[in-house]
Design a protein around this ligand. Sequence first.
Ligand SMILES: O=C(CO)[C@H](O)[C@H](O)COP(=O)(O)O
Ligand SMILES: [Fe+2]
Length: 215
Amino acid sequence: MPIIAPSLLAADFANLSNAIDIVENSQADWYHLDVMDGVFVPNISFGLPVISSLQKHKKKVFDVHLMIVQPERYIKDFKNVGTDILTVHYEASTHLHRTIGAIKEEGMKAGVALNPHTPVSLLKDTLADIDLVCLMSVNPGFGGQKFIEHTYNKISELKRMAQEVNPNLFIEIDGGVGLGNAKQLVDAGANVLVAGSSVFGAQDPIATVAALKNV
Ligand SMILES: O=C(CO)[C@H](O)[C@H](O)COP(=O)(O)O
Ligand SMILES: [Fe+2]
């Protein structure tokens, strides 16, 4: 069964306690928290103070997706607000290997996200040290976008690479994921599905999480 990580980007920010209830009372495994700085991506979402407030009410895992420049500057800060898995973008990380090491030194799992244009082959020399690869299946910055079909090829290639050096790798798909493509993504090798609008935009978010979990 895939890990299901609802993205709070699609929740009602005036009613975040409802979003917490949905994650905690469903078969969801992780909170996916999208931090955007308006520089790496053309949108600004939320940051440390909001995540700190959520921390007091959560039992499940915080999977934080940093869409910011110089993510290495904030590793300790995200640890302090309860982050379990910290994902930085390949494209924003000049010294990726050092950043991965620094995240793990803080006791978090280390993730690397790839934009749709970034080939998975670029992770060849770091894959053994990474806990999670987040394949962006939309251009990062906004929820509710159309899934990019080429992602299936990237999943298969990454799965092949991981089998050799890191068979327990989390292969996370982020963007445009819903009931229409979840099974095909899992069949291709994904084991973590991020779902924003397909969960929080659904009539029954808890039932939607259950359906995604049981594809
Ligand atoms: O990282 C993201 C956007 O940059 C979000 O996690 C992603 O877009 C999820 O939203 P949706 O499921 O609505 O596409
Ligand atoms: Fe994300």
